[in-house]
Ligand binder design. Structure first.
Ligand code: DON
Length: 300
């Protein structure tokens, strides 16, 4: 692990930090963190594994889990389960498919999922529920929302406003657009470290069970299905390449984080803020490729 972190620290090819959310442009391109937690709770970490970063789209895994818990398979009436083959913020497919987003991980899909969690409640209640769920999973009550990132995204999230209004016009969203977007912008702005993120992902690595308490968070079947969607859609139009190189279900965020799941074995989080052309962490993916090769962790 430290060897991988050392290599990543030294590499000159670091990708480009996201700038469309101005607050994210402040991230340190030199940062690199990695954390792996196995079934017995053993933590292996390297680099900046304790530094909180903006998890961005990675919370979409957890909001999907919450929404399925709330409305079950009815969720699939408002969002699909197919890879999009398009960038995460694309609008073209949405018109062809009558306002129903391709999957829960592209922005439109995650906005529709957020709307399902909101279901008539006040935005602050829905947000509290998401945050408490993350704190519960990670067993860490210090996890918070970075208000500066949320405000920055709210100020500049014109595309997300367009996507949400478009879905609203097709009747896919139930709540007022600004309520749904308010919750969406804030849950994307949750800040977590690699260790906290790997902790939160454990239930997906262990058939829906928190391995430290033995309690079921979700059913084994649901965990299997969420992992399947992470594998096919978790890296947008880079999902095929991620599966090819890393061979594990994974979810990226434009903050440069990736949560990857080695089913039955480990929950893994990596962070390096520089992104590739598809908006996924460049060195994060490379580090996971090194790690899974060395450990023999591909699901294939
Ligand atoms: O809505 C957005 O654009 C961001 N809050 C999240 C996008 C994101 O993380 C895409 N990931 N690679």
């Amino acid at each position: 692990m430290s060897e991988i972190a050392e290599e990543m620290r030294r590499r000159p090819d670091r990708g480009e930090v996201a700038t469309y959310i101005p607050e994210l442009a402040r991230a340190d391109r030199q940062a690199f963190g990695l954390a792996v937690i196995d079934a017995d709770g053993n933590l292996a970490a390297a680099g900046d594994s304790e530094t909180p970063f903006s998890v961005q789209s990675i919370t979409k895994v957890f909001t999907l889990t919450l929404a399925l818990g709330k409305i079950g398979d009815r969720l699939w009436q408002r969002v699909g389960r197919e890879p999009s083959g398009n960038p995460f913020n694309s609008i073209v497919q949405l018109e062809l498919e009558k306002g129903v987003p391709r999957n829960p991980f592209i922005n439109a899909g995650a906005i529709a999922v957020t709307d399902a969690i909101l279901s008539g409640h006040e935005p602050r209640e829905a947000l509290g529920e998401i945050l408490r769920f993350l704190q519960f999973l990670a067993e860490d009550s210090t996890i918070t929302i970075d208000e500066r990132v949320a405000a920055s995204e709210k100020r500049t999230g014109f595309r997300n406003v367009a996507l949400a209004n478009f879905m609203k016009s097709y009747g896919v969203l139930d709540n007022p657009v600004d309520y749904t977007l308010g919750v969406y912008f804030h849950h994307c702005a949750v800040a977590m470290s690699c260790r906290q993120l790997a902790m939160a992902g454990r239930f997906l690595a262990h058939s829906g069970r928190n391995p430290s308490t033995g309690l079921l968070v979700i059913s084994p079947e649901r965990a299997r299905r969420i992992n399947a969607i992470m594998l096919t859609c978790g890296h947008y139009d880079g999902s095929g390449d991620f599966a090819y190189r890393v061979g594990l279900p994974g979810k990226s965020g434009v903050g440069g984080g990736i949560l990857a799941i080695a089913p039955g074995t480990a929950s893994i989080a990596v962070w390096s803020p520089g992104l590739d052309a598809a908006g996924n962490s460049h060195l994060g993916r490379l580090a996971l490729e090194r790690l899974t090769k060395r450990m023999g962790w591909s699901i294939f």
